[in-house]
Design a protein around this ligand. Structure first.
Ligand code: SF4
Ligand code: SF4
Length: 296
């Protein structure tokens, strides 16, 4: 257990600031607990008492949180005359824990997608060959576009308490990313009986068969730890676009890719033939209740 108030430094690299906005949507009492339990030493737009120069003069940083992708090219982005890679070099060496906040920091995200941006990468892509002196734990990726605010807080609280956290093969905390976004969706019954939503935003139907919902292949707990404590994309009638997986963003995200009318990707871990047999059987049932409006 880390007994002192650990120093948290948040830096922004090539980013849209979406993860910072997400942090500001944290549950109020959880965020207050965070402020009381950690020394939130620096964030470029949320803290005022310390400058980036103060961060450079620190001997040690407990938690370095990085939002955004990294590049040595100053034309993409520079901060106080540092390109984002130099900034990372200055701070990573004195950090005990490094947390990539969001998909861009984790693997380059939307910024790395385009051919002309090949120099833009995730934090791990650069750090993998560095010999970091103070690091106490493998780098942690919190994928998501943006990341859920509770995933940031839960990771920090877990590390403060236990000093370690189990990671999956993509360096994401297992306790957050072990399940799928599909788990806990209020439309699961429609999924089971293959009843498709008629359009976005309606309460009835599943968004998997026509509208591109990726939740059955996407590791996240969005339907169990709700956003703003009240909702999720799929509950509101918007398909999950798979923003926690490393192939995000994909093309044509709001449609289900099919081959001869059959979804090309089936739910994770399910044999395609078995899945097709099950769907074939399910479709032979016509359940009136599931084909009616929930509120007339
Ligand atoms: S809308 Fe998406 S998350 Fe909800 S049941 Fe259908 S496939 Fe699963
Ligand atoms: S529901 Fe899907 S797209 Fe939305 S935040 Fe969760 S993982 Fe990302």
């Amino acid at each position: 257990m880390i007994r002192h108030k650990p120093k948290v430094v948040w830096i922004q690299a090539i980013t849209c600031n979406g993860n910072t906005h997400s942090l500001l949507s944290s549950n109020y009492s959880r965020f207050e607990l965070f402020l009381n339990s950690f020394d939130f030493f620096y964030h470029p737009s949320l803290t005022t008492q310390n400058s980036l120069e103060d961060v450079f003069s620190l001997k040690e940083i407990d938690f370095l949180l990085i939002e955004g992708a990294i590049s040595s090219n100053k034309e993409f982005y520079s901060i106080s005359n540092n390109d984002t890679l130099s900034l990372l070099e200055k701070l990573a060496n004195k950090s005990k824990y490094i947390i990539c906040v969001g998909s861009c920091a984790s693997y380059g995200g939307v910024h790395a997608k385009f051919e002309e941006n090949k120099q833009i990468k995730g934090v791990s892509d650069y750090l993998i060959s560095w010999n970091l002196e103070k690091i106490k734990h493998p780098i942690i990726n919190l994928t998501g576009c943006p990341v859920h605010p509770e995933w940031i807080l839960q990771t920090l609280f877990s590390l403060k308490q236990r000093e370690t956290i189990a990671l999956d093969e993509n360096k994401r905390p297992k306790e957050i990313y072990y399940g799928l976004a599909h788990h806990g969706c209020t439309r699961n019954e429609y999924f089971e009986w293959k009843v498709e939503a008629k359009s976005f935003g309606v309460k009835e139907g599943c968004l998997f068969y026509e509208q591109g919902c990726r939740a059955p292949m996407t590791h996240s707990n969005c339907n169990r730890i709700l956003w703003n404590d009240v909702n999720s994309k799929t509950r509101a009638g918007m398909p999950c676009i798979g923003c926690t997986e490393f192939d995000f963003p994909r093309n044509n995200m709001l449609e289900t890719k099919k081959n001869i009318g059959i979804p090309m990707d089936v739910p994770l871990g399910i044999n395609k033939r078995a899945y097709l047999t099950l769907t074939g059987v399910a479709k032979t049932f016509k359940i009136d209740r599931l084909n009616k409006k929930l509120i007339e």
